[in-house]
Structure formats: structure tokens, C-alpha cells
Design a protein around this ligand. Structure first.
Ligand SMILES: NC(=O)c1ccc[n+]([C@@H]2O[C@H](COP(=O)([O-])OP(=O)(O)OC[C@H]3O[C@@H](n4cnc5c(N)ncnc54)[C@H](O)[C@@H]3O)[C@@H](O)[C@H]2O)c1
Length: 336
């Protein structure tokens, strides 16, 4: 028995933890794990039997998103900004940390670029050191305002490098470059997912994204604001489908690095989306039109043939089903 009481206490606590927590095969780091997509991914990884380390600086995420996971002995929350290095021992890394909505990423554009660029360098450095496979949450915004439709991975994009969205778009493009250079130069196993519009419970209520905006306005009976004439199109993927795509991409053959589009190709106009939400919520809200913001893409629809072929992935939650779950979440939030 150890004579030092502090060491003895630490020893018995470690022993207790070992007894309570059987060995898991995979320790997975999720950066941005307290955000919308990250919290769903943490949940899924835990249910798949992984140990999950969640790193987040709570810039747009919240403890509330992961509060229900805190008692799980396989879940650990670390407050950390990924623009600074971190030393952990992990098998897999999902790099999701980055504000995703224009309101949030334009609030501090320099920090947004730093998160994509310095953050990726730090996460890739970690992956290199511990030989972990690392997945980057890239975005359809790398295509900018596209000239071709739908967008496939071979399209190089049309981004304004000096516009107000560039901190996000160019930051994510540079992150992709870093991922492929770490892969070619240092042999790091990478996976790059180009995520298209995703929605679902735990979206930030004030992030100005179209789905959350319309739902909250409809539930409050406020006017629904459409920027432009509402003929611009988007394709919306439910969060459960997206998380399934992340899991399948991470599990894909080591030779497959991507980039691969993940999104739902079902395309609707913004005006149609507003009408569907008014209909499901039985709202009295009227639709109003406002000036369209700078560099807002006209059309957005993923070509997901590559994901279908290589990952055998296909989103299967219908818009009405997904919106139903999302509306239920926001209704509870507003009732609180
Ligand atoms: N939701 C979508 O439709 C969508 C579309 C394309 C790409 N993405 C990408 O997916 C990822 C997750 O998006 P989301 O919708 O969950 O957004 P989110 O804002 O809810 O989540 C991002 C998380 O990253 C954290 N974060 C931000 N900067 C950080 C930093 N420097 N260090 C540590 N943590 C930091 C935030 O606090 C938040 O918890 C992002 O990288 C985003 O660019 C999302």
C-alpha cells in the first residue's frame, strides 16, 4: 500500500475508473464538439462504443448541447481554442471547430480564418504525431457562387477572395490545401467532407441561418423575412443523415481521402421552404422580402454520386420529417 495519502487517493481513483470503464478500442477527438453538428456526432460515437474527447471554446457552441453526455464516463469535455496547440492521445480526429453561420463567422473574421488555418495546422500536427486519421468538416462554400449546377467535387469553385464571406470560404479552402499537403508530404491519413446545408435540433437559435430563422419567426407568429425574391435555391440535409456520412467517411478505405460532397440533393427555393414551415407550424406569419446580402449564392445543390458510390451513403430523412423534429426542438426552447 502506498504511504503517501495523495498518491494513494489517486491510485484508488484510477483503479476505480479502470473498474468502471472497460477498455474501448477507439479514442476519438471531436473539435467543435459542443456545437450543433459536433454534439450529435459525439452522441453517435458514444453509442458506437468510442471514448470521446470533445474540444470546444464555446464560441458558438454551448455546454447545454453536451450537458446530457457529461455523466457518461466515456465522454470528456475540454475547453480549448484550437488556434493553439493541444497534446492528446487519440486514434481519430473529427475537426469540426469553426463558426458556420455568416452572422457568427463575420463577427470576428480574423479569428474565423485563424480557426480554419491555424486550427487545421494544430489538428493536423496532432494527427501526424499520434498517427490518427483526421476528418475535416469542409463546406459547400468552397464552391462560392458556382457557375455549374449541381456542384461536383471536380469543380474548383468561384469564390470572391476579398468579400465579406471570404474569411470562411477561403479559410476552408486553405484548410483543404493543408489537409492534402499533410497527406502528400507527411503521409497523414485524411478525409475531407464538403458539407452542404444541414439542419436539425440544437441549431443555434440566433445564427441567422434560414431554417432556424424561419422556424422561430413562424413559431412566434412574426413576419418571415426572405432575402432577395426567394427564388434562390438550397438543399437541406437532416443532421442524422450528415452524422451517418461522417461515420462512413471516417470508416472508408485509407486510400480514399475525398474531397467528397455530403448533403441532400433535394433542391427547393427559399420561398418554398418558408411556405412549408408556415404550413407545418400552422403559423399566421406573412412572408416579407428584403435586399439580398453580398455574395449570397444563387443556387446550391450537391452532386453526391461520389458519396453514393464510395461510401454507400444516401440521405434518407425527408424534409418534412426533419423539419418536424427541428420545429419540436425550437418549440421546447421557446417554451422554456
Ligand atoms: N451546419 C452546416 O450546415 C454546415 C455546412 C457546412 C460546413 N459546416 C461545418 O461543420 C462544422 C460544424 O458546424 P456547425 O453547424 O455544427 O456549427 P457550430 O457553430 O454549431 O459549431 C462549431 C463549434 O466550433 C466551436 N469553435 C469555433 N471556433 C473554435 C475554436 N477556435 N476552437 C475551439 N472550438 C471552436 C464552436 O464553439 C462550436 O461549438 C463547421 O466546421 C462548419 O464550417 C457546417
Amino acid at each position: 500500500m502506498c504511504a503517501c495519502p495523495v498518491a494513494a487517493a489517486a491510485f484508488s481513483r484510477d483503479l476505480f475508473c479502470c473498474m468502471m470503464k472497460p477498455y474501448t478500442e477507439k479514442t476519438v477527438l471531436v473539435s467543435g464538439g459542443a456545437g450543433f453538428l459536433g454534439s450529435h456526432l459525439c452522441e453517435r460515437l458514444l453509442s458506437d462504443g468510442c471514448e470521446v474527447l470533445c474540444v470546444d471554446n464555446y464560441y458558438t457552441g454551448s455546454k447545454a448541447n453536451v450537458a446530457h453526455l457529461m455523466d457518461n464516463p466515456y465522454f470528456e469535455m475540454i475547453r480549448h481554442d484550437i488556434t493553439f496547440p493541444i497534446y492528446l492521445e487519440v486514434d481519430k480526429i473529427f475537426n469540426l471547430a469553426c463558426p458556420a453561420s455568416p452572422i457568427h463567422y463575420q463577427f470576428d473574421p480574423v479569428q474565423t480564418t485563424k480557426t480554419s488555418v491555424h486550427g487545421s495546422i494544430n489538428m493536423l500536427g496532432l494527427a501526424k504525431r499520434v498517427k490518427a486519421t483526421i476528418l475535416q468538416a469542409s463546406t459547400s462554400e468552397v464552391y462560392g457562387d458556382p457557375e455549374i449546377h449541381p456542384q461536383s467535387e471536380s469543380y474548383w469553385g468561384r469564390v470572391n477572395p476579398v468579400g465579406i464571406r471570404a474569411c470562411y470560404d477561403e479559410g476552408k479552402r486553405c484548410a483543404e490545401t493543408l489537409f492534402f499537403d499533410y497527406h502528400r508530404q507527411h503521409g497523414v491519413d485524411i478525409k475531407v467532407a464538403r458539407i452542404f446545408n444541414t439542419y436539425g435540433p440544437r441549431m443555434h437559435p440566433n445564427d441567422g441561418r434560414v431554417v432556424s430563422n424561419f422556424i422561430i419567426q413562424a413559431l412566434r407568429g412574426q413576419p418571415i423575412t426572405i432575402y432577395g425574391d426567394g427564388s434562390q435555391t438550397r438543399s437541406f440535409c437532416f443532421v442524422d443523415d450528415m452524422v451517418e456520412g461522417f461515420i462512413k467517411l471516417m470508416a472508408s478505405e485509407p486510400e480514399f481521402a475525398g474531397p467528397v460532397n455530403l448533403g441532400n440533393p433535394h433542391e427547393i427555393t427559399i420561398k418554398q421552404l418558408a411556405e412549408i414551415i408556415v404550413d407545418i407550424t400552422s403559423s399566421n406569419s406573412e412572408i416579407f422580402f428584403q435586399e439580398i446580402p453580398e455574395d449570397d449564392p444563387r443556387r446550391r445543390k450537391p452532386d453526391i454520386s461520389l458519396a453514393r458510390t464510395v461510401l454507400d451513403w444516401n440521405p434518407d430523412v425527408s424534409l418534412s420529417q426533419g423539419l418536424g423534429e427541428t420545429i419540436e426542438y425550437f418549440q421546447k426552447l421557446l417554451d422554456c
